[in-house]
Write a protein that binds this ligand. Sequence first.
Ligand SMILES: Cc1cc2nc3c(=O)[nH]c(=O)nc-3n(C[C@H](O)[C@H](O)[C@H](O)COP(=O)(O)OP(=O)(O)OC[C@H]3O[C@@H](n4cnc5c(N)ncnc54)[C@H](O)[C@@H]3O)c2cc1C
Length: 398
Amino acid sequence: MDFKLTEKQKALKREFDQFFEEVMKDAPPEYGRGGLEGVYATPEGFEFHLQVSKKLGEKGWLSRAWPKECGGEGAPLIEQLLFNESRESHRAPGVDLFGHGMFAPTLIIAANDEQKERLLTPLAKGKVSYCQGWSEPDSGSDLASLQTTAIKDGDNYIINGQKIWTTGGHRAECMFLLARTNPEEKRGKGLSVFHLRMDLPGITVRPILYMDGKHLYNEVFFKDVKIPAKDLIGTENEGWKLTRDTMNFERSGVGFFVEGREDLKELVDYVKTTKRNGKYLAEDPIIRQKIAKLFIDLEVGYTLAYKIAWLQGKGGLSFAASAASEAKVFGSELAERIANYATEIMGLYGQLSDSKWAPMNGSMVESYQFCMGITVAAGSSEIQRNIIAWTGLGLPRF
Ligand SMILES: Cc1cc2nc3c(=O)[nH]c(=O)nc-3n(C[C@H](O)[C@H](O)[C@H](O)COP(=O)(O)OP(=O)(O)OC[C@H]3O[C@@H](n4cnc5c(N)ncnc54)[C@H](O)[C@@H]3O)c2cc1C
């Protein structure tokens, strides 16, 4: 694998960096350190996200990697990685994890021409936001067992059931939904993918407050919600295969390592400027060793992320499935290690946030709490390890 960037790639990265540097000057205080919290926790943060999204849409950057026949430029995935890396390093919003990250690729694979025009165009222009309606109270890792139904009724489908952990469901305009169109069938058979608006009659969104008290996640209830049949994506009852393809898109990000690098930079500044018992923390050999170890892990993570972009460029998404799981499990657990170690160095003060005594403005304790969810979201670490065992190592499935 060639790690060197071409001159064109370097120039592109500079252009992305300049754009995000400029854009972040307008970030409202509520946006904080960005990420999912910055986007979903406050109305101001979400509004800022939508503004940036529109600017990215005007530049054509939200759809650069899409095929030309879908309105994109067919840009190589490595350029998409450079874009993501730049955006994440500035902690900038504007890309909808669900709309751009998951639903757009689904539409590219399976939508008809009318749907591509009606649903992909607003995504390309940054004018619509999505949430993901997959998990249910009894169907998370075992997603194929889900029970929410979508029953055909003339020119409509009628949705009944419940979704859970719907990130940003209280702010998103639309959802992409996985529901059972044939209740006679079990597991992956009889499931279908839909687009729907979140303001339809019969939809109730109830907050699930996270352990830090922030509102990012939700339960979503459907009671006789009517959606037009034209919002079925792909073939009826064949949504499971489509969903499996969509899962690979979700697991291909460089974001963990960029965020980790930014966090580690802040931690390095902290230990260089904070004294304990008359000495800077950075002079403590154990602290230095541990921080160096985290830095090495981050560099390993970066190579994993670049490997995914390279593999996908060579052989498509399923070709990179095992590598994408490696990056997800390694990246989410590394984020935990960084936050755990940072709070450990800070001692009892490390538990404080929203206090003038909180080291690094409480950012590490916030990370400590947030990271735990990320090792579960989008497929838990155990599930990722199963995928690596099956698809990467050829070990038997049970
Ligand atoms: C912060 C957060 C955000 C989320 N956002 C969304 C969202 O926006 N939309 C959405 O649809 N869902 C979302 N989810 C749901 C997420 O996809 C599920 O939580 C996840 O798939 C795990 O499912 P579960 O919670 O039902 O746990 P379970 O599947 O019940 O798992 C419980 C435990 O058993 C382990 N386990 C389960 N099966 C196996 C197995 N076969 N082998 C080994 N171990 C196993 C798991 O690893 C886990 O430790 C989110 C979750 C979190 C925590």
